[in-house]
Ligand binder design. Structure first.
Ligand SMILES: Cc1cc2nc3c(=O)[nH]c(=O)nc-3n(C[C@H](O)[C@H](O)[C@H](O)COP(=O)(O)OP(=O)(O)OC[C@H]3O[C@@H](n4cnc5c(N)ncnc54)[C@H](O)[C@@H]3O)c2cc1C
Length: 422
């Protein structure tokens, strides 16, 4: 079959990689580089160069089995890195550290504050309860209701739970009512925070996440067509016609849309009623990611450094926390300059002389609607020779993109078998 893949992120490239030995596969990418959310830069200091990841960087073996398989196939090596997140309340002088390498959970200087013990016991309780909660598959209970049922104190909800969940979505605004309790545990477990065993430890790709992308691209038979935005997809009974931004048209047997769900809908000519209902239910947020060296974003009296800092405002319900990754620690870089990546900094702007680069990023935002339509994957995948994959079918992680791509492959093979029978 002739297959067009729109989008050279991990989802599109995984599809292309899996299909290219049996089919004629052509990948279209609007940018001048592949990888989408996987983005590494070369950073020079003194006489040495290091690869620094400004997008995907962290995974764990337990909850990323499909990524682990892909890395094995591509013979890409990874390494363990320390797992730690610090929640900072500079104004009320509260500091909590979650992760395996921390010698203290809270700051010794605030030892006697009762909230410390409440947060500590809640965290211990979650570590015991998350599995049974997820097994119930309850996607309806809002986090606010669950916390109330569990008797979690108001100050703990506001100062610990809310900033934590907002930080998972890069410091974007959300409330305890918007968020299903299921999502909290699903995400916390996926990033390995609720388990201490070896398989849940954080890992990074040696030499930068971009190595996955370059290996996939070099395994393809046809080169990726860069600078080629697809602006229209017209489906006919016998074929699919795609139109590029320059007006060129080409026909295929199948098209795979490996781009954000809302962008996919915009380019479909005559979407089906199911596509019109399902695709806009995935919400997205755009925000700036700033690479800088301003250490005010990670100041804390806790003695151990961390990879991930959540700086909380006095009113987290109005001003979400500022999330900063300390890349030197998170990616174990041998670079002396502090390399900090701050997401969606709400009013906490980085001065120009400390800014290295600014990138615009877009991520799926978990909503109630999204959880209810994720179950309808097969309703739109395979109709009218069209397939959809991307991280929006799961929790917005790299593993979710790969899983959705791998779900598309057998559906395409089935379509081919049906066509051959007819
Ligand atoms: C800053 C940041 C850090 C992250 N860190 C982690 C992490 O540590 N661990 C983790 O598991 N996940 C992480 N993620 C999430 C992870 O990077 C994404 O889930 C994953 O990369 C998404 O891959 P995708 O292929 O689904 O989509 P994308 O990567 O978005 O790829 C879509 C591609 O399609 C192209 N495109 C769009 N429209 C068109 C069009 N009309 N025509 C042609 N091309 C088009 C885009 O340019 C893009 O290249 C992070 C995300 C961000 C933003």
């Amino acid at each position: 079959m002739r297959i067009a893949v729109v989008g050279a992120g991990i989802a599109g490239l995984t599809c292309a990689y899996m299909l290219c030995s049996k089919h004629k596969v052509y990948v279209y990418e609007k940018n001048n580089r592949p990888g989408g959310g996987i983005f590494s830069i070369k950073y020079k200091e003194d006489n040495s160069e290091s690869y620094v990841d400004l997008g995907f960087s962290i995974y764990n073996r337990k909850h990323y089995p499909n990524l682990v398989n892909l890395l094995d196939q591509l013979k890409i090596r990874s390494q363990e890195v320390p797992k730690s997140i610090i929640i900072n309340h500079p104004n009320s002088k509260l500091y909590w550290c979650l992760g395996e390498n921390s010698s203290s959970f809270f700051s010794p200087t605030t030892f006697l504050k009762p909230i410390n013990y409440k947060v500590f016991s809640l965290w211990r309780r979650w570590k015991k309860q998350w599995k049974s909660f997820l097994e119930k598959k309850d996607i309806k209970t809002p986090l606010s209701e669950y916390l109330k049922e569990q008797g979690v104190a108001e100050d703990v909800q506001k100062k610990f739970v809310l900033p934590l969940i907002q930080s998972f979505w890069c410091g974007l605004r959300s409330t305890l009512d918007d968020m299903p309790a299921y999502y909290l545990f699903s995400y916390l477990s996926k990033i390995g925070l609720l388990e201490d065993h070896e398989e849940a430890r954080w890992r990074i790709i040696r030499g930068g996440g971009f190595r996955i992308i370059s290996q996939l691209v070099s395994a393809l038979i046809n080169p990726v067509r860069f600078y080629t935005e697809i602006v229209k997809i017209s489906r006919r009974t016998e074929y699919v016609e795609i139109t590029t931004h320059t007006g060129e048209k080409e026909t295929f047997d199948v098209v795979i849309l490996a781009i954000p769900a809302n962008d996919a809908l915009k380019i479909l000519e005559k979407p089906t009623p199911s596509e019109e209902q399902i695709l806009p239910s995935f919400g997205y947020e755009e925000f700036d990611v700033v690479l800088h060296s301003d250490e005010r974003f990670i100041q804390t009296p806790l003695k151990d450094p961390a990879g991930w800092y959540i700086q909380v405002s006095d009113t987290p319900e109005k001003i979400p926390p500022t999330v900063t990754w300390k890349l030197n620690h998170l990616q174990q870089l041998s670079i002396k300059t502090p390399l900090l990546l701050t997401f969606a900094s709400h009013g906490n702007y980085v001065p120009a002389d400390k800014t290295i680069t600014v990138l615009r990023r877009k991520i799926p935002k978990p909503t109630w609607k999204m959880l209810s339509v994720q179950k309808r994957f097969t309703e739109i995948n395979g109709t009218n020779r069209t397939y959809f994959c991307g991280d929006y079918w799961g929790d917005g992680t790299l593993e979710d993109s790969i899983v959705s791509a791998l779900q598309v492959i057998p559906l395409i093979e089935q379509q081919q078998a049906r066509t051959q029978t007819i």
